[in-house]
Ligand binder design. Structure first.
Ligand code: DNO
Length: 347
């Protein structure tokens, strides 16, 4: 597997120099952040990002994410324009030799939490999701803390978009996803770019909005309906793992050969549909990280993997979930597991 790290570009307090000093670090996962969702990413800008990363002896191995325009998710007639743009972005990325593209299909909100700095017993802080809190929260009130993702809507637009979604069922949303994939996957094949859909986080409906990338059944359906190796997954252990009904081992088996990118992070279930993020260690959370890594290896996964959200430790302040220290510890832990698995296999 290719150990990688997410980097938010020049505005990220974590620098490429910092990242390079983490043992075993090879890849950078990044994106171009100043292009409105749906617009074509110009080749020149992609190359500029790639050169910046390569100048520090790292490799830009994954784009996370190329956002999918809301019209595509809603299945509006205007979607074709945005789909054509998406295809062009894939072509431009391929021209720059970028082979893995992560995206998600969550209506309106990307990952959502009820608190961004909840204390853990050891005095560190991490992200928390409490279903009761979220249930009573009005996403239009401005109370929702936005974790690291940018919501480009004004309140009025947001209200309209949320209203429009009220008539869109999970079945509709799945149809819109499949429609999108049937359009873009042939281009991904031609250009040899692997698409890797990120799960919905948390993997259930929030604010009455439909969500589909939530469980094995839906994952298998989406992989089968557009049955191409270029149509694959970002396997995020913390997102799928937030629902105790999701059997991560069975999901990895079911998606064998179609997992193109891994997000490794741990969470502790704190109640029904509620969890707090923890360190990456198996012993600290509800995800059996050691055996998940083992299963991924057995399933033949060799692609990019990154430690996902870390806690805030040692007084670090920064982007929630995306500080340097705990993610670096996570990378070291994952590398330890992977080295051990390799040595054990070689005898
Ligand atoms: C959160 C991330 C997500 C992810 C997108 C992928 O930390 O895992 O925001 O980047 O959902 O499109």
């Amino acid at each position: 597997m290719e150990m990688s790290f997410r980097w938010y570009g020049d505005d990220d307090p974590v620098t490429l120099e910092n990242i390079r000093q983490i043992p075993g670090m090879k890849g950078i996962v990044s994106a171009i952040y100043d292009i409105p969702a749906g617009e074509v990413w110009p080749y020149e800008k992609i190359v500029e990002l790639k050169n910046k990363v390569e100048s520090k002896e790292l490799r830009l191995n994954v784009i996370e994410s190329v956002p999918v325009h809301e019209d595509i998710k809603m299945g509006l007639e205007t979607r074709m324009k945005w789909i054509e743009n998406y295809k062009q972005t894939l072509r431009n990325l391929a021209k720059a030799d970028i082979r893995t593209v992560c995206y998600n299909f969550m209506p309106v909100f990307d990952w959502t939490r009820s608190a961004l700095d909840a204390p853990l017993e050891d005095g560190s802080h991490s992200l928390l999701y409490d279903e009761e809190k979220i249930k009573h929260l009005d996403p239009l009130s401005g109370e929702l803390e936005l974790p690291g993702w940018d919501l480009s809507y004004q309140t009025e637009d947001l209200r309209k978009v949320i209203e429009k979604y009220q008539s869109i069922t999970e079945e509709d949303l799945m149809d819109h996803l499949i429609f999108f994939l049937k359009e873009v996957i042939p281009v991904a094949e031609e250009e040899n770019v692997r698409l890797a859909i990120h799960p919905d986080d948390p993997p259930w409906s929030i604010f009455g909005l439909p969500r589909v990338m939530i469980n094995e059944e839906n994952v298998v359906r989406m992989l089968k309906e557009v049955d191409s190796t270029h149509n694959g997954l970002t396997f995020c252990t913390g997102s799928y793992g937030a629902n105790p009904d999701n059997d991560l081992f069975s999901m990895i088996e079911a998606a064998k050969g179609r997992i193109h990118f891994v997000h490794a992070r741990n969470i502790t279930w704190t109640g029904t549909k509620s969890f707090q993020e923890t360190s990456h260690l198996t012993s600290d959370g509800s995800v059996d990280m050691v055996n998940v890594m083992k299963k991924l290896k057995e399933a033949g996964f060799k692609g990019p993997i990154r430690p996902d959200h870390g806690r805030m430790i040692w007084g670090e302040e920064g982007r929630p979930g995306y500080g340097l220290y705990d993610r670096a510890l996570g990378a070291a832990y994952l590398n330890g597991i992977l080295d051990t698995l390799t040595i054990a296999k070689e005898g």
